[in-house]
Design a protein around this ligand. Structure first.
Ligand code: FE2
Length: 246
C-alpha cells in the first residue's frame, strides 16, 4: 500500500464558523496532496439553508471534497449522500449517521448508532480488500474520551466500537467534542483507533480551531492535529500508531 493521506475536518458550524480559520484551512487543504477529505458532521450552526449554502460553497472550493452528513437539508444542498461508502486503491471509508433529529431523551445533540447501522458498517469493513486503510466515519465519538470537554453518550456506541474493531477497522473518525484526540478502543487486537477532529467554529472548548491530517503506510498511521495560529495552521500534536502486530 502506498501512502494514503486524508484531511479530517469537523464541526465547522457554518453560521458560527471561525472565518479566518475556515479560509486558512481551505488554503492549507488545497496545498496538500490528499486522497480524500472527510467532514464528520456539524456542518451548520442551526441547519438553515443559507448555512448549508455556505458549507456547500466552501466544500466545493476544496479539491477531492467529500462529506458524510446525511441530513434532510444536507440532501437539498448536496444531493443524495452516496451510500456512505467510498473506496479507492488502498482505502475504504464507510460512513454512518450517528445524529438523530429526535430521541426519547432531553438532549438530542447526543448520538445513537443502531444495531443495524453497526452491523452494516462492520460488514463493509470486513469485506474490504486486505491491506486497505479501513475507516468508519460518524459524528459522535462512540465511547467517551477521558478528559474531554463534553460527552457524546452514544446509545449503542460501545457495541458499535466493538463490532468495528472485530471487523478490522483501523480508524473510527468523529468530531462533536471540538478537540482533537486519538484513543485506542479496548476491543479485538486493540489497534482500532478512535480519532477526533477539533472544530473550525468559534465554539472553542479549550482548544483553538483545528483539523487533522492523517497519513498511513503499511506500517504506521500518523494523525497530525493542526491548530490555527491566527494566520495559518501548524502542527499542535502528532500521534503515531503501529498498524500491525509485530
Ligand atoms: Fe459541534
Amino acid at each position: 500500500m502506498s501512502l494514503i493521506r486524508l484531511a479530517h475536518v469537523s464541526d465547522i458550524h457554518f453560521g458560527g464558523e471561525h472565518v479566518g480559520a475556515v479560509a486558512a484551512a481551505a488554503e492549507r487543504i488545497a496545498a496538500e496532496p490528499l486522497d480524500l477529505i472527510v467532514a464528520s458532521g456539524d456542518l451548520t450552526q442551526f441547519g438553515e439553508c443559507a448555512e448549508f449554502d455556505a458549507a456547500k460553497r466552501w466544500l466545493e472550493s476544496l479539491p477531492h471534497a467529500r462529506v458524510f452528513t446525511p441530513w434532510n437539508r444536507y440532501r437539498q444542498a448536496f444531493g443524495e449522500p452516496s451510500a456512505g461508502r467510498y473506496t479507492k486503491q488502498g482505502l475504504t471509508v464507510v460512513s454512518l449517521n450517528s445524529a438523530r433529529g429526535a430521541q426519547p431523551r432531553l438532549n438530542w445533540s447526543k448520538g445513537q448508532v443502531s444495531a443495524r447501522q453497526a452491523r452494516d458498517a462492520a460488514a463493509a469493513i470486513r469485506t474490504a480488500p486486505q491491506g486497505d486503510l479501513k475507516i468508519v466515519s460518524c459524528h459522535h465519538p462512540l465511547e467517551e474520551i477521558t478528559g474531554g470537554p463534553m460527552t457524546a453518550k452514544v446509545w449503542g456506541g460501545g457495541a458499535a466500537a466493538r463490532a468495528f474493531a472485530e471487523a478490522g477497522a483501523d480508524l473510527v473518525l468523529s468530531g462533536h467534542i471540538h478537540v482533537p484526540f486519538v484513543h485506542a478502543f479496548p476491543y479485538a487486537n486493540g489497534r482500532t483507533q478512535s480519532v477526533g477532529a477539533g472544530t473550525l467554529s468559534v465554539r472553542e472548548r479549550g482548544c483553538p480551531p483545528s483539523f487533522n491530517l492523517i497519513e498511513a503506510d503499511e506500517a504506521e498511521i500518523r494523525v497530525i492535529a493542526l491548530q490555527f495560529t491566527g494566520s495559518h495552521f501548524e502542527p499542535m500534536r502528532t500521534w503515531a500508531v503501529s498498524r500491525f502486530q509485530t
